[in-house]
Write a protein that binds this ligand. Sequence first.
Ligand code: PNS
Length: 172
Amino acid sequence: MSNKVRQEGEHRIAVYPGSFDPVTFGHLDIIRRAAKQFDQLIVSVLNNTSKNPLFSVEERVALLKEVTKDLPNVEIDYFRDLLVRYMRSRNAQVSIRGIRSVTDFEYELQMASTNRQLDEGIETIFMMTNPKYSYLSSSIVKEIAKFNAPVQDLVPPAVEAALKRKFGNAPS
Ligand code: PNS
């Protein structure tokens, strides 16, 4: 396979992969910034049954669609394959990952190196998370919502409502 990440005049497609269980303001910040850097950004949810997610893939995709509906070059998808294979199938050259802190770095470096080993034509680009979301994760959001505490500063309203429904704190 070709090593070349970009050819002159090429339509630049990036994939932002993740669990997004659920999407947070931290993810959304990365999505908005990455969408400005590429012709097309595909936000893709890993359909990973081993992780025991709170939201189904369909629910996570629907929430992502709702919160990115104002971004015309952002597409929401899901995948169940190796990331590099999925990216080839979508003709994407770049994988985007957000880094919140040094603790993220080791895992991310391992993943990026693995992906490079699997397919050296795929590039990983890291974006630093906005410092105001550096502590934020989907797990933290679920923990707070489970105890019926406010999450409106952490997730968009559609996600807040979905969490309330999940934890039985709102009428369905
Ligand atoms: O939001 P997450 O859970 O940190 O995202 C991790 C994800 C989905 C990017 C990663 O687990 C992944 O790409 N999985 C697909 C399988 C794969 O390609 N594995 C090899 C690279 S480690």
